[in-house]
Design a protein around this ligand. Structure first.
Ligand code: BGC
Length: 569
């Protein structure tokens, strides 16, 4: 959703909370962090699903690209009902992905290549297969085991109605009724996501203890940090009151204005949890980080997640949602730099991940489908591929010139589009099933990525298997098709990352340049001048040496849907 000015009020952080703000030079303040989605990165055993040895074997490509760190989406023991975000054992590797020894080998390879390694932590819910939940089912109402999760009696004459009206993010009710051990219809449990993902009760100290142990387990294994899943959802408002979200709030949104905060998102109680985690991380050497996946608006509220004694970074989804519109992009950049720096945190920037339509397609959607919340063959306003790619390249070139930390999602450096034409029967996202096909969900951005144009499964493995079918026309996107070709998206990213490092753009600043018109994003970061044209009328370029251009320039004018970096004279 493009940001409206009213959603970016001044920071609501009190001055007393700012005093300890650390504006140091830790690696994460300027890092480019690359998201690996293990199911779809590289598959060493040919079963069609990616794995840790596959990642290890391909890791040098990421060092070669020039990123600083890798974030791994979940590879833990899991029935995979939500692609691993349903964890059945937080301290082991799912056999589909390998073993703990494979993880250690990956860790060692990353260190050898100079890459930091961040792993995913999924604390809002476990899998219903988790031993803790199975014990809770067996133990019965009122037991300490049930108190790990949010079990409640139903309403209605016989408890046949759910405890409240909350809806799951994936569609349908957020409650499921169980059958008690004696065969009678029983209590209900809360699941903000799929019914296979019961929410923990984070008011229970036992839950807090378990997660401190889980953090220790991975810290001791040498991880550099954690991306914290649903970091706005762990505490629910006492009494679990009914709540009906406004029609336009988006499923993961944290409330657009004060007073509208849903009783399951962005509750104040989450902050003491993060303070305790930060205190633990601070006892470890080596700048370990916590990164919040928190869909919270406005940005001034999100800044509370990265106060000096909480997390280090939060994903900037307001930026992701700013669209290809200069006024909107500029407003979000200004707001981000202001609110994050007010708490001593770097801003982050992100355009794609495993939950949203790839930006090479999203930025080409027409007005019929501006959000792109899961697209498929029957969606309205489908993107023009060339327009989408041009805008994606231009948008990435803006993002990579900004100060702070940037997140890349595997395949965006190849300019990969969303796989729109996946057959219905291939889809696996619970969103698709829970909405009876009304929402396509996220499979289209999760298709295994292409490495080699002429190999089976484009080099994802050697067997040709793929857990989601790869489109027939992806050969030109394969890494080996693009390597060494200056006009390719891969070489554009490589150049942008090299220049970003050379000119230290990550620790620079944004100085807006006037006079380019309403459709243009124009700024200086140090000696680099960035001009991005989101409109259709060509703009005159400033004098200086061209460092990077997302299109081949034909004269001194920048066409629409293009970005250029110029070394200022
Ligand atoms: C993850 C999703 C996941 C959900 C539930 C998220 O925000 O990024 O992929 O489905 O949390 O764990």
């Amino acid at each position: 959703m493009p940001l409206d000015e009213s959603t970016v009020p001044a920071s609501d952080i009190s001055p007393s909370e700012l005093i300890a703000a650390d504006t140091g030079s830790e690696w994460w303040r300027t890092a480019v962090i690359y998201q690996v989605y293990p199911r779809s990165f590289a598959d060493s055993d040919g079963d069609g699903m990616g794995d840790l040895p596959g990642i290890t074997s391909r890791l040098s490509a990421l060092a070669d690209l020039g990123v600083d760190a890798v974030w791994l989406s979940p590879f833990y023991t899991s029935p995979q009902r939500d692609a691993g975000y349903d964890v059945a054992d937080y301290c082991d590797v799912d056999p589909r992905f390998g073993t703990l020894a494979d993880f250690d080998a990956l860790r060692a390879k990353a260190t050898e290549l100079g890459l930091r390694l961040v792993v995913d932590l999924v604390p809002n819910h476990s899998s219903s297969d988790h031993r803790w939940f199975q014990e809770a089912l067996a133990a019965g109402p009122g037991s300490t085991e049930r108190a790990r999760y949010l079990f409640r009696d139903g309403t209605g004459a016989d408890g046949e109605l759910p405890p409240n009206n909350w809806q799951s993010v994936f569609g349908g009710e957020a409650w499921t009724r169980i059958t008690e051990a004696d065969g009678t219809p029983g209590q209900w449990y809360l699941h903000l996501f799929d019914s296979s993902q019961p929410d923990f009760d984070w008011q229970n100290p036992w839950v807090r203890e378990q997660f401190l142990d889980i953090l220790r387990f991975w810290l001791d294994r040498g991880v550099d940090g954690f991306r914290v899943d649903v970091a706005h959802g762990m505490i629910k408002k006492p009494g679990l009151p009914d709540y009906t979200p406004p029609a336009d709030s988006g499923s993961m949104g944290g409330g657009l204005e004060e007073g509208a905060t849903p009783p399951y998102w962005a509750q104040d109680g989450v902050h003491e949890i993060y303070r305790s985690w930060r205190a633990l991380l601070d006892t470890y050497a080596g700048d370990r980080i916590l990164v919040a996946e928190a869909w919270v608006e406005p940005l001034s509220k999100l800044a509370n997640w990265v106060r000096p004694d909480e997390m280090h970074q939060a994903f900037n989804f307001t930026y992701l949602e700013s669209g290809w519109s200069a006024p909107s992009i500029k407003r979000v950049i200004d707001a981000s730099l202001e609110v994050f720096s007010s708490v001593g945190a770097p801003s982050t920037w992100v355009l794609s991940n495993h939950d949203v339509v790839r930006h090479a397609s999203r930025l080409g959607l027409t007005a019929d489908n501006p959000q792109g919340a899961g697209i498929g063959p029957r969606s309205p306003g489908l993107p023009d591929r060339a327009v989408g790619l041009a805008r994606a390249r231009a948008a990435s070139a803006v993002m990579l010139a900004l100060p702070g930390s940037a997140y890349l999602y595997q395949g965006e450096e190849l300019g990969l589009p969303e796989a729109i034409d996946l057959p219905d029967e291939a889809r696996q996202d619970p969103t698709w099933f829970r909405t009876n096909g009304e929402r396509y969900g996220r499979d289209g951005c999760r298709v295994p990525i292409p490495w080699e144009a002429a190999s089976p499964a484009y080099g994802f493995n050697t067997s040709g298997e793929s857990w989601l079918p790869q489109p027939d026309d992806w050969a030109p996107y394969a890494r080996d098709s693009q390597t060494g070709k200056p006009a390719s998206t891969l070489e554009l990213y490589r150049l942008a990352l090299a220049l970003r490092a050379e000119f230290d753009l990550g620790s620079g600043s944004v100085e807006w340049l006037d006079g380019y018109g309403a459709d243009v994003v124009a700024f200086r970061n140090g000696v680099v001048t960035v001009i991005a044209n989101t409109g259709t009328v060509p703009v005159e370029l400033p004098i200086g040496d061209e460092l990077l251009a997302t299109v081949e320039l034909d004269g001194p004018a920048l066409p629409g849907d293009a970005t250029v970096w110029v070394r200022s004279a």
